[in-house]
Design a protein around this ligand. Structure first.
Ligand SMILES: Nc1nc(=O)c2c([nH]1)NC[C@@H]1CN(c3ccc(C(=O)N[C@@H](CCC(=O)O)C(=O)O)cc3)C=[N+]21
Length: 285
């Protein structure tokens, strides 16, 4: 068994991106700009945004933050996105999700210019991914794929079981792995025999947001386990981050496993920087 070091891999990717950014700038182009839109103040997003700002700096990118009050209106938020769509110094736009209940995520995502949609959530990018065409690919699944390829090389013929069917992880993960010639099973809350299906997996991706749901009864010995969950829980009156996988119980049976923290999280941010670089490379400015 070995632990996949997402932090180290993310550091390597950021260093590569930084070199490419330097080249762009030497060619007389503007440094890639990444805009993050935050509605309201939630402590978990605060950590995420802080990490993104730090990584953008390391990569030599320009980082722009737009903060809106939790009670802002749909049209106020739309005006911010429209302004960012127009700005030549902004190559990537990320609207932090989830949005407060009174705002429509679908309408906001549709409004983001597809070539600036570094989350890969716009229906145009979703459709391109589903049909195997180049696109901006959601950061978390992209980071997971990178770790899987480094671990296993060619993924052809592997059986991947994905736990969770969200638009931001489960569904794009299934499409990406299908593209990589895996056989895909997606299990979710209505699946009757989820753990026995999971036990057939060569690759198990957990993305449900239920702390430590996956124990050793879900895992075939020698499987590669990717834990996407980042759940803040309280244990022994201390705040702690745990994944969707019960790491202590599962790790001994795996070929390789990602830890939480230090696994998928840092890779998500590294892929966000990579997507922003790609978006900048594809524009004339
Ligand atoms: N439009 C949108 N796109 C997102 O990608 C998105 C989002 N909204 N909303 C919130 C979630 C959450 N998310 C995280 C990414 C990295 C870490 C991360 O870097 N975690 C580190 C550090 C944790 C820590 O510092 O304590 C780790 O797991 O090691 C965490 C959380 C992206 N999200």
């Amino acid at each position: 068994m070995h632990v996949i070091d997402g932090k180290k891999l993310a550091d390597d990717i950021i260093a590569e991106v930084a070199l490419d950014v330097k080249q762009l700038v030497e060619l007389g182009k503007a440094a890639p700009g990444l805009a993050v839109v935050l509605v309201g103040e939630d402590p978990a997003s605060a950590i995420y945004v802080r990490n993104k700002i730090k990584r953008a700096q390391q990569a030599g990118m320009k980082s722009i933050e737009k903060r809106l009050p939790v009670d802002c209106s749909q049209s106020e938020l739309e005006a911010v996105v429209e302004e960012l769509n127009q700005r030549h110094d902004v190559h990537g736009i990320l609207v932090q999700l989830p949005l407060p209940k009174h705002l429509s995520e679908e309408r906001i995502i549709r409004l983001i210019a597809p070539h600036k949609d570094v989350d890969g959530f716009h229906p145009e990018n979703v459709g391109l991914l589903a049909t195997g065409q180049a696109s901006l690919i959601p950061c978390t699944p992209l980071g997971c794929l990178e770790m899987l390829k480094r671990e296993l090389g060619d993924l052809s013929g592997k059986h991947a079981v994905i736990v969770g069917r969200s638009n931001i992880v489960g569904k794009p993960m299934a499409n990406l792995l299908l593209q990589a010639n895996c056989t895909i099973t997606v299990v979710h809350s209505r699946t009757s025999n989820a753990s026995s299906l999971a036990r057939q997996a060569d690759i198990l991706v957990a993305a449900v947001g239920v702390p430590e749901l996956i124990d050793e009864t879900w895992v075939k010995p020698g499987a590669v386990v990717i834990d996407v969950g980042i759940n803040a829980i309280e244990r022994d009156s201390k705040r702690k981050l745990v994944g969707d996988v019960n790491y202590e119980k599962v790790a001994p049976y795996t070929r390789a496993i990602t830890p939480v923290p230090g696994g998928v999280g840092p890779m998500t941010i590294a892929c966000l920087m990579k997507n922003t670089l790609v978006a900048a490379q594809h524009t004339a400015h």
